[in-house]
Design a protein around this ligand. Structure first.
Ligand code: IDP
Ligand code: MG
Length: 138
């Protein structure tokens, strides 16, 4: 069975949207097989966003992701990697399609980093790598 790593980012927790996002995931039919609220440290975020380490927005993203508690999840289901990306919508919330998590619930706040409520692994290979970072014993 396929799995994906999802993060409900600190803005989702701050804005009281954890329940709404979990509702959408469960309504879609995916199974939550691990869930943990925590404050992410720099080492975890550096590993998680290693592909973006050289990008100009990297420091801003790390500051955003460590600005408060977040919720890490593992979801399970056929084609869940692709399916959760579809539920989440495009990276930029201003243009993310209505009906998606980012399209319905996120917006541009004028910050240098894009605040978009959720992360979802972009391939089964990324999911395996990211699940090992966030849930090493899983
Ligand atoms: P994704 O989350 O849709 O997979 P990625 O390109 O993997 O998007 O970027 C990771 C995160 O970094 C995004 O979710 C967003 O928070 C932030 N980000 C991505 N691109 C930019 C950008 O061009 N400017 C500012 N922040 C960005
Ligand atoms: Mg990504």
């Amino acid at each position: 069975m396929e799995r994906t790593l999802v993060l409900l980012k600190p803005d989702a927790v701050r804005r009281g949207l954890v329940g709404e996002v979990l509702r959408r995931v469960e309504a879609k039919g995916y199974r939550i097989v691990a869930l943990s609220m925590r404050e992410a440290d720099a080492e975890t975020l550096g590993a998680h966003y290693a592909e973006h380490a050289e990008k100009p927005f990297f420091a801003g993203v790390v500051a955003y992701m460590s600005s408060g508690p977040l919720v890490a999840l593992v979801l399970e289901g056929q084609r869940v990697v692709e399916g959760f990306r579809s539920l989440a919508g495009a990276t930029d919330p201003t243009v993310a399609a209505p009906g998606t998590i980012r399209g319905d619930l996120a917006r541009d706040w004028g910050t240098p980093e894009i605040q978009n409520l959720v992360h979802g692994s972009d391939s089964p290979e990324s999911a395996a790598r990211e699940i090992a970072i966030w849930f090493p014993s899983f």
